[in-house]
Design a protein around this ligand. Structure first.
Ligand code: RP5
Length: 212
């Protein structure tokens, strides 16, 4: 089997980046990979249903799209499509170079019944932590079903937003800034529940529901 030029280019880019000695400030901290661009709405999120992109940007991360020209934010992420079955060499190259390219944690999502990208990426990138996202309900067992000794952290189907929070929790062990941002995020969630609870109680159910 030959490897298509576009895939070879990406593999060479990953290998070249792994050989470079960029500072941690210039390399992406989180890698997002998915089996198909049809997974993007679940993995990145949409206006109606926020995902990993939304969680990361809310916490101050910026997307790195050019290794030679990283964004200003100290914390960044990169996004790629890597198919476990259609581009196995790309999956190997992505996962095996991840640590040397400066990534600290990977979020990997795939759909279908054979959602192998997250668990294979976890095995190949080990000891880098991988958070798996089953893109569909039917993908859950293939993402979480790892044998003893081969770890993966995983979220429920479609919960890429939580996968990003978990990824930032990993990074926050090393970066107090991120710890503070996670605490602020959680405080804001509590505030929202408190506000809605008071409004419901004080306006009464029919007004709150808009029945009158
Ligand atoms: C789609 O094909 C799924 O969403 C999956 O992520 C994608 C890639 O699957 P493989 O190419 O890894 O089989 O059905």
């Amino acid at each position: 089997m030959t490897t298509a030029d576009a895939v070879m280019d990406l593999i060479e880019q990953f290998e070249a980046e792994a050989d470079r000695d960029r500072s941690p400030e210039a390399t992406p901290d989180v890698g997002i990979v998915m089996g198909s661009d049809s997974d993007l709405d679940v993995m990145a999120g949409t206006e109606e249903s926020p995902g990993a992109y939304d969680a990361l940007t809310e916490l101050g991360f910026e997307e790195l799209t050019d290794y030679d020209d990283p964004p200003e934010s100290r914390f960044t992420f990169e996004t790629f499509v890597v198919s476990a079955h259609r581009t196995p060499e790309l999956m190997y190259a992505y996962a095996e170079t991840a640590e040397a390219r400066g990534l600290d944690v990977i979020i990997a999502g795939a759909g279908g019944k054979s959602a192998d990208l997250p668990n294979m990426t976890a095995s190949l990138a080990y000891p880098l932590p991988v958070v798996g996202v089953p893109v569909q309900e039917k993908s859950v067992s293939s993402v979480i079903g790892m044998p003893t000794g081969a770890p993966i952290v995983a979220v429920d189907a479609g919960k890429s937003f939580n996968a990003a929070l978990s990824a930032v929790q990993v990074l926050a062990r090393e970066h107090d800034d991120l710890r503070d941002r996670l605490v602020e995020y959680h405080d804001a969630l509590q505030e929202d529940v408190g506000d809605v609870s008071r409004r419901l109680h004080e306006s009464g159910t029919p007004t709150f529901q808009g029945r009158e």
